[in-house]
Design a protein. Structure first.
Length: 229
């Protein structure tokens, strides 16, 4: 997932807050949390009583058909940090958090995306002795997984016991067949796997596994001989 996409979503969340008059005097920053904390710590006496940070927490793939490294949704945090020693007359951290959740909920509805404002979590007593509330959002990343056609299964012939010559076949044109004789996974990256080009000999006691591979296709599970040759 591109960092530019994450930054764009963080900025979209921050812009939704800044568009509301309630946040006209409250800093809303779409930036890296640690960078902001370092700046606040360096000049803590001059920090604003309440600061709102927008950051991302994690990326998830909720659809098993989505190929990596793509993600179908991201979890973003709006973190409200209050310095009690400085906040003598302004809105407290709970009020700001509730307003942030309400503003974002309405903004997401108006924009017709499916972002969900989930929870407000209390996370006090950070390193700077601040009161902290976290508003969590689940944000869609708009990726629709491609449905891949399935490869035909590999057939093994003959399926009988004893030392003999074995033939592999797959009905999908262009598929590459890889096989192993030690029971390991028949992957092109497996040093024990061989590319099938012609019938090959097997010995009694060997376990044959074979699988078809072709770019753009979803492969089935490896075919396994029913007997140990």
């Amino acid at each position: 997932m591109s960092n530019s996409i994450i930054r764009a979503i963080k900025q979209e969340i921050a812009d939704a807050l800044l568009a509301d008059p309630y946040f006209a005097t409250i800093p809303v920053l779409a930036t890296v949390k640690n960078d902001v904390l370092n700046e606040i710590q360096a000049g803590q006496d001059h920090a604003h009583p309440v600061t709102v940070l927008v950051d991302w927490l994690s990326l998830h793939n909720t659809n098993p058909d989505t190929p990596g490294p793509w993600f179908s949704q991201g979890i973003f945090l709006v973190e409200i940090m209050e310095n009690p020693a400085l906040n003598l007359t302004g809105p407290d951290v709970d009020e700001v958090a509730e307003n942030a959740a309400n503003v974002l909920h309405l903004a997401m509805l108006e924009s017709q995306n499916t972002a969900v404002v989930e929870t407000i979590t209390k996370a006090d007593n950070d390193d700077l002795r601040r009161n902290v509330r976290q508003v969590r959002l689940t944000f869609p990343l708009g990726f629709q997984p491609r449905v891949l056609p399935a490869l035909e299964e590999v057939t093994i012939y003959p399926l009988t016991q004893g030392s003999q010559s074995v033939t592999l076949a797959c009905l999908t044109p262009g598929a590459a067949l890889f096989f192993t004789l030690d029971g390991s996974y028949p992957s092109p990256r497996n040093p024990s796997a061989s590319l099938y080009v012609s019938p090959f000999a097997v010995s009694s006691g060997q376990l044959l596994q074979a699988r078809a591979w072709l770019a753009g296709y979803a492969a089935p599970q490896p075919a396994t001989s029913q007997f140990q040759y």
